[in-house]
Design a binder for this molecule. Structure first.
Ligand code: NAP
Length: 306
């Protein structure tokens, strides 16, 4: 089968012929239809997250996949051949950018009937992180005001929809055509961060979802109400700074969780949420997909298909 392989940090990922894997006890072989890229793939390739996710080389790449069950290992009871499934693989092991992947059976989740594989593959990391941040960490409630940075990005595009469906008023930052995209996703107000300083006209925000970091994170403390919450996906907020502003600052470290993925897939269906797709590339054009992800300019998810 064909698989994207990384030979070392900083090297170009290469489409390589490898042996077909065999599912063992408690494992499932999935025929992959689609896999989504994430900024994490770029950070892993560059060695930037070595401290959290050390790779051993040659390394398989890719965490988020959707496809059908092809074969089950012995003592694997929950899945049948042909089941439509999605999963997030361990970032240190990878394996989603391939024709087939081995997935532990307890990490598979059924793809909702009316969701296609491209959309399903876009859910695990990006939607999972938005859910973890807004539901599990910030506990967003109806009537609150939520500021979502990078509303046109992978995480932000889900966060706008989730926060809105919880009854919050949503302000998003974006630029260019991302402004219109964020509005269409349900943001009540969108600030073009390139032409407007988001700290100038907003205040008393209950929750900030920081998906940008740096100066954007620092300045976000100024728009929070007293006892408001800033949750960052990029870097842990300075606790002394948070205390000085009388707010809470937290960092989301996304952890794979099949129960969460199942819950959010259900919410996607019930609330009519959509997966914003930036672009779809055949696996043979992986280099272009990777370059697009590395640009930091994606509008939603970048998908590779097989
Ligand atoms: N901690 C965790 O577990 C975890 C989990 C998931 C993601 N993350 C991290 O969270 C970050 C966001 O992830 P993602 O998947 O959403 O990334 P993404 O899809 O690559 O985000 C791209 C979007 O960011 C927008 N953007 C860039 N700079 C901006 C700014 N200053 N203000 C507003 N929007 C801006 C871009 O819009 P323009 O082109 O208009 O600038 C683009 O639409 C990444 O650093 C990722 O590694 C962390």
């Amino acid at each position: 089968m064909r698989q994207i392989i990384l030979s070392d940090y900083g090297q170009n990922p290469v489409l390589t012929d490898v042996a077909m894997p065999e599912p063992k006890d408690g494992e499932v072989l999935v025929l992959i239809a689609a896999a989504a890229l994430n900024p994490l793939d770029v950070k892993l390739q560059r060695g930037e997250v070595h401290a959290y996710f050390p790779l051993t080389f040659p390394s398989m790449m890719g965490t988020d996949l959707a496809g059908t069950v092809e074969k089950v290992g012995s003592l694997t009871s929950r899945w049948r051949i042909g089941d439509r499934v999605m999963a997030r693989l361990d970032p240190t092991k990878g394996g989603a950018f391939a024709e087939y992947a081995i997935v532990p059976e307890d990490q598979l989740v059924i793809v909702p009937q009316d969701m296609n594989f491209n959309s399903a593959s876009g859910l695990p990391t990006a939607a999972g992180t938005a859910w973890q941040a807004l539901v599990e960490m910030a506990d967003v409630k109806a009537g609150q005001t939520v500021l979502v940075h990078a509303g046109s990005g992978g995480v932000g595009s889900f966060a706008i929809q989730f926060a809105r469906s919880f009854g919050a008023r949503v302000i998003a930052t974006a630029s260019g055509n991302g402004v219109e995209i964020a509005r269409e996703l349900g943001a009540d107000q969108v600030i073009d961060y390139r032409s407007e300083d988001f700290t100038e006209n907003i205040s008393d925000v209950d929750v900030v979802l920081d998906t940008v970091g740096g100066d954007t994170q620092q300045r976000s403390f100024n728009v929070l109400r007293s006892a408001g919450k800033l949750v960052s996906t990029v870097s842990p907020p300075d606790q002394a700074f948070a205390t000085a502003h009388k707010v809470e600052g937290g960092f989301v470290f996304h952890t794979s969780n099949a129960g969460r993925l199942s819950n959010l897939a259900k919410a996607m269906r019930e609330k009519g949420h959509s997966v914003l797709i930036d672009s779809v590339f055949p696996i043979a054009s992986f280099a272009e997909a990777f370059e697009r992800q590395a640009s930091g300019r994606a509008r939603g998810k970048i998908i590779v298909t097989f």
